[in-house]
Design a protein around this ligand. Structure first.
Ligand code: F6R
Length: 366
């Protein structure tokens, strides 16, 4: 049942090239240069007239929502707010009939997310669900939606659900950008081409497995770990930290790299590993100077870099290379080594990676 892998989590990490392909199959039609999704087409007027999009989710799905915020604003020029479902539902939020609420949930059963969309519906908002489990409560409660088609996710730590959520949200953003005319037809085609290359690049990123295991062995006894990223890769830093803490029980925090100097920099000494996403596109020079600041304080740097990078390699204690892609698509690639790093640390520590203590796969109580 684990397909030859030691754990479901590792199996699901390795399933991502296929899961991402399954997510865009039949939706991304590159030869015709179109993206087609029934749930979006049928409600195009609502999407185009929306004042804003409010994304509600919890945990890893909330991180996918944060990535989507960058993509929707960047490509489709629609204002986006991303909310923890649990905070949103109890805040007496301002919601109108011109708002679109996108609920993201792997299980489709998360109690807070379900309650948040019920509230949004009662205020007249249009609710769009992004779920993995077909026929789940959130999928049924939403006015429309799109499934991720990632296949069953058994490991409690969410992996392929995250990358497929980002994939589907990217497709939606691109479709709306095309309809609104906020993207040129040549840029649109470029995205479609690059999206189709993502599964192959994820496959390539997975090949760093043995190297990542070696790094995991060096840092497995750390008490704390920081994850830094900027722009599209800031939410990836949050997700990397969540993956580490939930399965290895090592305290980890994700931060936007530039926020470091506003507090977390005080934590840095020779015992602090810091995972920095430092890929070429997107604020590279700024991240390099963040890395220099960390080095000056003797922090240990594990950097996720673009293949062939030389500048960060000189500064970092370890580099993990990933294939290059467009900045907006980079979270689909940079997430992979962070999943593997937390997996190997947890396994080396003898933790139950598929069923970490105190956690349930779907949180059906608030
Ligand atoms: C993290 C994790 C949780 C879930 C969260 C939301 O690895 O699994 O943080 O992401 O409980 O679950 P869904 O997406 O099912 O609503």
């Amino acid at each position: 049942e684990k397909g030859g892998y030691d754990h479901f989590m590792l199996k699901e990490i390795h399933e991502q090239p296929k899961a991402i392909t399954d997510t865009y199959r039949g939706r991304l039609l590159r030869n015709e240069a179109i993206i087609k999704m029934a749930g979006v087409e049928d409600n195009m007027k609502k999407f185009l007239n929306a004042n804003r999009i409010i994304i509600v989710a919890c945990g890893t799905s909330w991180h996918a929502g944060l990535v989507a915020e960058y993509i929707f604003e960047d490509l489709a020029r629609i204002p986006v707010e991303v909310e923890y479902a649990s905070e949103f539902r109890y805040r007496n939020p301002v919601i109108t009939e011109n708002d679109i609420v996108i609920a993201i949930s792997q299980s489709g059963e998360t109690a807070d997310t379900l309650a948040a969309i019920k509230l949004a519906k009662s205020k007249g908002a249009f609710v769009f669900g992004v779920c993995n489990v077909v026929g789940s409560s959130i999928a049924r409660e939403a006015d429309a939606g799109a499934y991720t088609h990632a296949g069953p996710e058994i490991g409690v730590a969410s992996t392929k659900a995250f990358t497929t959520q980002i994939t589907i949200l990217t497709l939606i953003a691109l479709r709306l950008a095309r309809a609104k005319g906020t993207i040129s037809s040549s840029d649109f085609r470029h995205y479609l081409l690059e999206l189709e290359m993502i599964p192959g690049k994820v496959e390539k990123a997975l090949q760093a497995d043995a190297h990542i295991k070696m790094i995991a062995d060096i840092y497995k006894d750390s008490r704390n770990c920081l994850y830094l990223g900027r722009g599209y890769n800031f939410p990836v830093a949050l997700e990397g930290a969540l993956k580490l803490k939930e399965i290895s029980y090592i305290h980890a925090e994700g931060y936007p790299a530039a926020e470091m100097k506003h507090g977390p920099i005080a934590l840095i000494d020779e015992n602090m590993p810091i995972v920095v996403i430092a890929t070429k596109k997107g604020h590279y020079d700024k991240v390099v100077s963040n890395i220099q600041e960390i080095k000056a304080r003797k922090g240990k740097i594990i950097a996720i870099v673009t293949e062939g990078d030389e500048q960060v390699r000189e500064l970092a204690d370890h580099v993990i290379e990933v294939p290059e892609t467009m900045e907006a698509l980079s979270p689909l690639i940079t997430t992979i080594p962070l999943q593997l790093l937390s997996y190997h640390i947890a396994v080396l520590l003898g933790k139950n990676v598929d069923q970490p203590r105190n956690l349930a796969k779907s949180v059906t109580v608030e």
